[in-house]
Ligand binder design. Structure first.
Ligand SMILES: [Zn+2]
Length: 233
């Protein structure tokens, strides 16, 4: 059993400093070009470098404003990571298919995995974002699109995965590395190190949040350096 590493790429320019935070908002709400000079996807690059050094493989989920640059694609290929859709516009099947196609056209390969941006708190994160969290619908759509994996946003990491008739694998929850979305008393990093030896558990990280906290970086390195991680073949 192993870690299923899930990386949601939310912010094209991270959170810091203020100018980059502003450019992230601008890219998400309106438009801003992908410029290496302002550190486009710099945080993801750091995380992928750590993963590649540890020979850990991950699922990396992209929004339309965080589509990978050429240098990111190279790091993804070197580490044999999987590219997924981080779904924003989940209003309907057509909007889901449209976003899938945007990622597929950009990366030139079929997308087999999906995660949802935002956990349904009613807040709108970006121009295209549709806030409700409706996992049963995504499971249905993912099957229609012949996808293989849906990773859900629930926060109890003990929930077991299920397999749909079409072979779509569904993990309803994740171990959120960032403590705001985790019961940190019960689900410690020690708990995960122990538990992932006999159960597949999704480890969810947002690069800009993890890198902003040295303790989380230490936890992340320890997890990927200790546990087996895998993508589902
Ligand atoms: Zn997100």
């Amino acid at each position: 059993m192993a870690l299923i590493i899930r990386i949601d790429v939310d912010r094209p320019y991270g959170r810091r400093p203020l100018l980059r935070h502003f450019l992230s908002r601008l890219s998400s709400d309106l438009y801003f070009p992908r410029l290496a000079g302002f550190g486009f996807l710099a945080e993801l690059e750091t995380i992928l470098t750590l993963l590649n050094e540890a020979r850990a493989r991950a699922y990396v989920f992209f929004r339309r404003c965080t589509l990978p640059s050429r240098s990111i694609l190279k790091l993804l290929d070197i580490g044999r990571h999987e590219i997924g859709l981080h779904l924003e516009n989940s209003r309907s099947l057509p909007t889901f298919l449209e976003e899938t196609q945007i990622v597929e056209r950009h990366v030139g390969r079929k997308v087999l995995a999906v995660s949802k941006h935002g956990s349904g708190g009613g807040e709108k994160y970006g121009f295209h974002h549709y806030a409700p969290y409706e996992p049963a619908r995504y499971v249905e759509w993912a099957q229609l699109a012949s996808m293989r994996l849906f990773l859900g946003n629930l926060e109890d990491p003990t929930l077991q995965p299920t397999k749909a008739a079409t072979g779509l694998l569904v993990f309803p929850s994740a171990f959120w590395l960032e403590p705001s979305w985790r019961d940190t008393k019960e689900f410690t990093v020690g708990w995960l190190l122990d538990r992932a030896r006999y159960q597949d558990i999704v480890l969810l990280v947002h690069p800009e949040n993890v890198l902003a906290d040295p303790e989380l970086v230490t936890d992340f390195k320890r997890l990927i350096g200790t546990l087996e991680s895998r993508v589902l073949e």
